[in-house]
Design a protein around this ligand. Structure first.
Ligand SMILES: [Zn+2]
Length: 384
């Protein structure tokens, strides 16, 4: 059997860049080659492989290792990466230099995908001791739409816990931030810029809105702190307005990106902004401002430190010589989707989050091997 790091290098050398959100009718198959590689490898271990079609040409790859206890554990790693353009190294070499595997996806998350596959190989050949039923899923489309994991969740997947493969630097991540995104529009009155007093400038109205949001909402976040995740965040990340340079703008739109702590709902996030808008409207009758329904909502997640999967991971880390470190990550992961189905999720993997999507992406050979050791130990220890 190949080592986990050899597998990681081979996986990096099979490009699977996610093209991002697509127009109707476009049918990418960015993961197809990686999916074929993963399916073939799992079959060579004697596992029965199922393909779950997500969109044409894009399949989640599922395989189940039958257990010797009643416990059920899910291992998930996404097979897509962000694109390899704008890298300052050859993106798909998978080259190993000085103990590091280089290329797009090495950290996010093919190092961990390889560690899971290697771990399954070890577990498949190990016929003694307690073992939960382990279902592996190589999922598609994590880097754009989450369509792969939504498909898995809708298929009625069940498990007592899930391990989500992402670069955590071997930390045991029990808390993840969520995200809500929505737009706010201001409407004004167009006029010739020779007579701006005849119009209502929608851009000026929007600057009032932004100032109030910074003062009353964003500045208050510092008081809300999660022990692993810090404060919530809110960013006005896009602004559009105006038609021509000589017309008083009659419309302006902003996009808000709000990072949520576990437990914060869409209604919480939108509600505190709506309250500010209501006060602004009361103070300025000319203000015509409207908030649109969120186009993205992914909740934050959190599991207790004494959850069985965390306990199993702590034991496995210690056995593998990795000091168990509980942490949170500020970004969203597949954990948000599976935890909505009541599955407690631990996020774990090789490589550092700073490496993900970076111009130079790599993962340590040693770290990939350690990740595989921890995954083997976790599987053996979970529900045993
Ligand atoms: Zn990832």
């Amino acid at each position: 059997m190949k080592s986990a790091s050899e597998l990681a290098s081979e996986l990096v050398a099979i490009p699977s860049p996610n093209p991002g959100p697509l127009a109707m009718g476009q049918e990418p198959s960015c993961e197809a080659e990686v999916a074929a590689f993963v399916a073939e490898l799992l079959e060579s271990l004697g596992l029965e492989v199922t393909r779950q079609s997500v969109t044409p040409g894009r399949d989640n790859i599922l395989a189940t290792l039958p257990g010797r206890t009643d416990a059920r554990l899910l291992l998930d790693a996404h097979m897509d990466t962000v694109p390899g353009e704008n890298m300052d190294i050859e993106p798909f070499s998978g080259e190993i230099v000085d103990g590091r595997i280089y290329g797009r996806g090495a950290a996010d998350t093919k190092g961990t995908l390889a560690a899971m596959l290697h771990a399954l190989g070890i577990l498949a050949g190990d016929r003694e001791g307690p073992l939960p039923t382990v279902t592996f899923v190589g999922s598609v489309d994590e880097e754009a739409g989450f369509s792969g994991i939504y498909k898995l969740a809708q298929s009625g997947v069940q498990a007592d816990a899930a391990l989500i493969g992402e670069p955590t630097g071997l930390a045991l991540v029990t808390a993840t931030r969520g995200v809500a995104r929505w737009q706010i529009e201001t409407h004004g009155v167009a006029a010739h810029t020779c007579h701006p007093e005849r119009g209502v400038n929608a851009i000026y109205k929007m600057t009032d809105v932004i100032s109030a949001l910074r003062r009353r909402v964003m500045d208050s976040f510092a008081e809300r702190r999660h022990p692993l995740l810090g404060s919530p965040q809110m960013t006005v990340s896009i602004i559009r307005g105006g038609r021509r340079c000589n017309i008083v703008p009659d419309e302006c739109t902003i996009d808000i990106d709000r990072r949520l702590l576990p437990g914060e709902t869409q209604e919480d996030a939108v509600g505190e902004v709506e309250a500010v808008l209501a006060d602004l409207r009361a103070a300025d009758p000319e203000l015509d401002v409207e908030m649109l329904k969120p186009y993205t909502f992914v909740p934050g997640t959190e599991i207790a430190e004494d959850a069985p999967i965390v306990q199993a991971a702590c034991r496995a880390a210690e056995d593998a010589g990795v000091s168990p470190r509980i942490a949170g990550v500020p970004f969203t992961t597949h954990a948000s989707v599976l935890s909505q189905r009541g599955i407690p999720c631990l996020v774990f993997g090789a490589g550092k989050a700073e490496q993900a999507h970076a111009a130079t992406e790599y993962v340590g050979v040693e770290e990939v091997e350690k990740a595989a050791d921890v995954i083997v130990g976790l599987c053996k220890s979970f529900g045993g």
